[in-house]
Design a protein around this ligand. Structure first.
Ligand code: CQA
Length: 292
């Protein structure tokens, strides 16, 4: 008997298992890494000029994989300049992994790390209560806005913390991705609860426009090999399907008709392309760079 569908975030160990398969089957991290190495230095060209220290705020820094690449790119642009890197991350487990990664990485002598074990909301309330308004040179929010309660308020608050030459960088799935097609059509049939809101660059553009903020968008092509999703009983395929639908044990618990429809949808040109007998899901990312 199938149990009701539950959101993946209601079981973090299940989430982590799916996320690992997603990272292995997608170019998500490689795509971000390329952007950080090749395009970020240009975007931050005026940000650190003449400063004795660069203040970076990482909102939802996770285990620091991308954060340390960002720091390395900033170090390369501003050799010898001190970096103050503060991280907002609610998961104690992720913070521990972040600290281990820092300990294992050479050349971080001029970087000071501070971790805040709390959500972006909690950080905002705490800072307001403490009447603190530190300004930042670079704030990044990478694949995290889905998980905040009030997205416009969060974007507005962190934007208000930017220093004069600073940048706010937001990375999330693009409106040209297969996510948009899949979730526009089936999002209402999937268990999002209120742990996670589906959105893409289209929503963020709307929010930034409504505030009259100036921004630029960089589209990054990325894909995910979902061929294994079409082999009945394939373990990786099941985990990827869980990730795509953000549902625990989707194959086991989804109504058969919904599972059938979603598998059909995933093969269509709005979601994926067929190459050499493989199915590649469009995992396109948008990098949104907001001016102060
Ligand atoms: C946790 C939960 C989600 C994470 C995470 C950790 C995440 C990225 C990194 N660490 Cl505990 N979420 C994520 C990653 C890729 C991605 C999306 C979220 O594409 C958004 N899609 C799935 C919800 C929907 C477009």
């Amino acid at each position: 008997m199938a149990s009701p569908m539950r959101n993946l975030l209601s079981d973090i160990s299940c989430y982590v298992r799916c996320f690992r398969v997603f990272l292995a089957k997608s170019t998500e991290h490689q795509t971000m890494q390329q952007f950080v190495e090749q395009q970020l230095p240009g975007l931050l060209a005026s940000t650190g000029r003449g400063k004795s220290a660069i203040n970076i705020l990482s909102v939802g820094g996770g285990a620091g994989e991308i954060d340390l690449q960002i720091i390395s790119a900033v170090q390369a642009s501003y050799p010898g300049v001190a970096i103050n890197n503060e991280v907002i991350e609610p998961s104690a487990d992720q913070i521990l992994k972040y600290k281990e990664r820092v300990a294992a990485t050479p050349n971080l002598d001029n970087v000071k790390f501070t971790w805040h074990e709390e959500t972006a909301d909690e950080y905002e309330s705490r800072m307001k209560a403490e009447k603190k308004s530190q300004k930042w040179d670079f704030i990044h929010m990478i694949q995290m806005l889905y998980y905040v309660k009030d997205i416009p308020a969060t974007v507005q608050y962190f934007h208000s913390l930017l220093d004069a030459q600073a940048k706010l960088l937001i990375i999330l799935v693009s409106e040209t991705s297969g996510w948009e097609t899949l979730w526009r059509k089936y999002g209402s049939s999937l268990p999002t609860d209120d742990l996670c809101t589906y959105m893409s660059s289209a929503n963020i553009k709307g929010i930034l426009d409504s505030f009259g903020l100036k921004y630029k968008i960089h589209e990054l092509p990325s894909h995910m090999d979902i061929t294994c999703c079409f082999t009945e009983g394939d373990k990786d395929g099941e985990l990827l399907l869980d990730f795509l639908t953000q549902t625990c044990e989707f194959s086991k618990n989804a109504p058969p008709e919904l599972k059938h429809q979603i598998l059909e949808e995933l093969r269509k040109p709005g979601c994926s392309e067929n190459r050499n007998g493989k199915v590649f899901f469009y995992n396109n990312l948008s990098v949104i760079v907001v001016e102060p």
